[in-house]
Design a protein around this ligand. Structure first.
Ligand code: DCT
Ligand code: MG
Length: 510
């Protein structure tokens, strides 16, 4: 058995405890002089603690037996940040501002790597109680460590992977947010969206109301729902929404490509409740988008898989490079954030060597090629209204000005996964929604950031204007104080201009 694995499983048999004399261990070489670890016994037990201490020492870590001012890293298991802080408070320890509170996973990974691994959000224990550093009580300030990682109200300062520990709550909030959106109550919709977003970033599951203390974006309305779910396993409000006729109808109608809130409202008022009644009604007029939406409905509601997205990527690259051999084609949207499925596939196209005219011509040429090949099922080309000197838009929700097209493409099954799963009988293809955006080469970092989503970018724009007096959109970043445009070659540079730690695409699932 791998010793690290062993370190992870707790001892089954209880052996008689050796009381009295402290465990003697041979001296070890300390390889990492800057780190002084302390392993918390609470919820871990004496045996496992002793075992881990010994193992860590053998790997070159300095692990102290006693808690003291020289400790730099406290490692705990099955404890929240608040638990550790509370315990420290009881020990009356005045911790330095450098003190790191870490989960055991950090130590296990470090021992595996033979050196301390980088501490990331998944290792760092977060205090769920209060922001102790801001405590009005000077006594509290003195006795409590200041190294508490406060959760930011901005999603762009949180790392949100697809590992959601709070699905029960976030699913509920998303239903409520959507219902408020259907009812055009923007404020409430945003309230629940923000609450879902912050809970998705937590490295643990909320199990009691105590865990919610200190978390931003959770107002009373939100907390009531959390409490109800903790106590009853479900929320009566969410249950009522899911059974609501208006919610169900809007959900169904908006699942058709090209149908938004206005159309849904109209159909609902007219008494429609099913798509078949709508499709067969002779008095209704449909836009070309909606016609395509009904025609390919079954394919479009069944989500796009990653294998299908990759196959579309090959198709797009082939077509684009036939006209602009130096073009970069990047898959953006949810797939770039690591999602396994999506409602469409988004691509950003840019080419370093092309003229404005080449750029303008590319998408029409690509569309034309697919049309000739019989692959184009629907196309809506939106011409560029981009102006180089225009200031970025202040509206967080404003659409960008790049040339783009919203398409439905015919993807032959044999192109997916090398034809492994291609069906022999019946329809040999699937209709897939594809968005292509063409952007000038020098704006590619801004466009990429925007098109990678999710709502993360909107939050970044909010952060830029509220906290930095800058305006950010999919085209540019403008510093209002210095009155200059800030250039960027990469997403990392945009984060740096904003004074933010870089957040990887797969950590932007807010
Ligand atoms: N976007 C943007 N400007 C637009 C439309 C979209 O900046 N006019 C951004 C926001 C997210 C990203 O592009 C992709 O959008 P979607 O495809 O709607 O979202 P997604 O995250 O890819 O999710 P899904 O899996 O549902 O496609
Ligand atoms: Mg998408």
């Amino acid at each position: 058995m791998d010793p690290l694995q062993m370190a992870h499983s707790s001892p089954r048999k209880k052996r008689p405890r050796q009381m009295g004399a402290p465990m003697l261990s041979p001296p070890h070489n300390i390889k990492f002089q800057d780190l002084v670890l302390y392993i918390l016994e609470k919820k871990m037990g004496t045996t496992r603690r002793a075992f881990l201490m010994e193992l860590a020492r053998r790997k070159g870590f300095r692990v102290d037996n006693e808690l003291s001012d020289s400790i730099t890293h406290i490692v705990a298991e099955n404890n929240s940040g608040s638990d550790v802080l509370e315990w420290l408070q009881v020990q009356n320890i005045k911790a330095s501002s450098q003190l790191e509170l870490l989960d055991i996973s950090w130590l296990i990974e470090s021992m595996g790597a033979g050196k301390p691994v980088e501490m990331t959000g998944k290792h760092q224990l977060v205090s769920m109680r209060r922001d102790y550093t801001a405590s009005p009580n000077p006594e509290l300030q003195k006795t409590l460590p200041v190294a508490v990682k406060k959760i930011s109200q901005y999603a762009c300062q949180r790392r949100t992977t697809l590992n959601n520990y709070n699905n029960v709550f976030t699913d509920a909030f998303e239903v409520l947010a959507e219902n408020y959106e259907f009812r055009e109550n923007e404020v409430f919709s945003l309230t629940f969206m923000r609450a879902a977003s912050v809970l998705k970033s937590l490295p643990f599951t909320i199990i009691s109301m105590k865990d919610t203390e200190g978390i931003p974006c959770l107002g009373d309305q939100v907390k009531c729902i959390i409490e109800e779910i903790i106590e009853d396993g479900e929320s009566s409000e969410v249950k009522a929404v899911l059974n609501d006729e208006r919610y169900q109808s809007f959900k169904l109608f908006t699942s058709v490509f090209g149908v938004g809130l206005k159309t849904s409202e109209k159909w609902f008022r007219m008494g429609f409740r099913t798509l078949s009644k709508i499709k067969s009604d002779k008095s209704l007029k449909f836009t070309p988008m909606q016609k395509a939406g009904f025609l390919y409905y079954e394919d479009l509601v069944s989500c796009v898989t990653r294998a299908e997205a990759e196959a579309v990527g090959v198709l797009v690259k082939e077509a684009v490079r036939a006209f602009l051999p130096d073009a970069f084609v990047t898959m953006t949207g949810g797939f770039r954030r690591g999602k396994k499925i999506g409602h469409d596939v988004d691509f950003l196209i840019t080419s370093p060597g092309s003229t404005d005219e080449d750029e303008e011509q590319l998408l029409p040429k690509v569309i034309n090629l697919w049309e000739r090949k019989g692959l184009l099922l629907y196309c809506d080309l939106v011409e560029s209204t981009f102006e180089k000197l225009k200031l970025p838009s202040r509206k967080v929700d404003a659409l960008d000005h790049f040339q783009k097209c919203f398409l439905i493409l015919k993807l032959h099954h044999q192109r997916v996964d090398g034809g492994k799963y291609s069906q022999q009988e019946g329809k040999t293809w699937k209709a897939i929604r594809v968005d292509l955006v063409m952007c000038p080469y020098e704006r590619r970092a801004f466009a990429l950031l925007g098109w990678t989503g999710s709502r993360f970018e909107r939050d970044l724009r909010r952060y830029a204007s509220h906290e930095r007096k800058m305006i950010l959109d999919n085209h540019a970043l403008y510093d209002k104080t210095k009155k200059i445009f800030l250039k960027a070659e990469s997403e990392e540079e945009i984060f740096a201009h904003l004074g933010l730690d870089y957040i990887e695409p797969w950590e932007r699932n807010a």
